[in-house]
Design a protein around this ligand. Structure first.
Ligand code: A2P
Length: 332
């Protein structure tokens, strides 16, 4: 792999820049996905790491772009690093294989490089089927029926089996808090290789990063740019990271954009970044962040932004779950 990479505790290497593939709206059948063209463009630019998920509903489009690139000889499978995630209504050791099989079918692959438990809260699959899958993102009317409380270490056993079967190269967690990760570590045969969480200059996650370093777990940042469209739509009144004057000032000094400064700041902390874009120019901009470095003064200035501790992705409808990973709001 010619892209800078981080070594996972499984011995595999993960490119430090990946493309996030979640779309602004969940891609239910009938809606148009822009993802195939964006992934093809990213492959031309040089991206080799793609971050997918069952719940993004667009793995088929991502898979088409990957297949075309491999069939035309543009890339080899072993040069790609593909991540996907177990959805919350399959958080059950008996269902893990079925969920992965669906993702592999849509992605048109026979293995993935990294498989993550997407969220710590578990949804009852039969109940969700009865009320409609689109309700997954809404506050449930009957939380006791909607959520199950599945022991994470039991789900993890299902994940470990996939490694043994050669269907996934490495396994990890996403959106878990430190206590939840520790519980998995205390009861596992294969240690989590990766933790994917929201992380950016307004939410630096210093303590969690230290914890991950101690356990040789690589941290991956989703929403590394602070997801401006999401922030504006759902966090009205909160500052928008990409518009922060400190970020702009540091960028002006290096003749780099605010997005490049934000990504570079994370990369210099050995955090893997997953910027999302469906725009050719911005895809390229987000990939070109390895030819400059922030100096000590820049880093110090960027670090001042972390006092905000601003989490944009609170998964508030899930506050009723016993496994909700963040401090609950007062209203809950
Ligand atoms: P677009 O797809 O139109 O480029 P995050 O990765 O933090 O979740 O942020 C993703 C959002 O940021 C997308 O809405 C994307 O919009 C926008 N975005 C991605 N790259 C850049 C960039 N380099 N500059 C400004 N906005 C960007």
């Amino acid at each position: 792999m010619d892209v800078a990479s981080l070594r996972l505790n499984s011995g595999r290497r993960m490119p430090i820049i990946g493309m996030g593939t979640s779309e602004k709206k969940p891609h239910f059948p009938g809606s148009r996905s822009e993802m195939k063209e964006a992934v093809s463009e990213a492959l031309r630019i040089g991206y080799r790491h793609f971050d997918c998920a069952f719940v993004y509903k667009n793995e088929a489009e991502v898979g088409e772009a990957l297949k075309e690139a491999m069939e035309s000889g543009q890339v080899l499978r072993e040069d790609l690093f593909i991540t996907t995630k177990l959805p919350p209504h399959y958080n059950d050791p008996a269902l893990v294989r079925e969920a992965l099989d669906s993702s592999l079918k849509w992605l048109k692959l026979d293995y993935v490089d990294l498989y993550l438990i997407h969220v710590p809260f578990s949804i009852d699959r039969e109940y969700l089927k009865a009320i409609g899958e689109e309700k997954m993102y809404q506050k449930p009317e009957e939380p006791d029926k909607f959520y199950t409380s599945m022991d994470h270490s039991k789900i993890w056993q299902g994940m470990e089996k996939l490694v043994d079967e050669g269907l996934v190269r490495s396994i990890g967690l996403s959106n878990f808090n430190q206590q939840q990760i520790q519980h998995v570590i205390d009861n596992c045969s294969i240690k989590p290789a990766n933790l994917q969480v929201e992380c950016h200059a307004y939410l630096p996650e210093r303590e969690l990063l230290n914890f991950c370093n101690q356990h040789k777990i690589v941290l991956t940042a989703f929403a590394p740019l602070g997801s401006p469209a999401f922030a504006k739509a759902t966090c009205a009144g909160e500052p928008v990271l990409l518009e922060d004057p400190v970020v702009k000032k540091v960028g002006d000094k290096h003749k780099k954009s605010p997005a490049q400064v934000l990504l570079r700041w994370l990369i210099q902390r050995n955090i893997c970044v997953l910027p999302k874009s469906v725009n050719k120019v911005r895809l390229k901009e987000n990939f070109d962040v390895l030819d400059f470095a922030l100096d000590e003064a820049d880093v110090e200035e960027m670090n001042t932004l972390g006092t905000k501790n601003l989490r944009y992705f609170l998964y508030e409808p899930s506050e009723d779950s016993p496994d909700y990973p963040f401090p609950r709001s007062k209203a809950a």
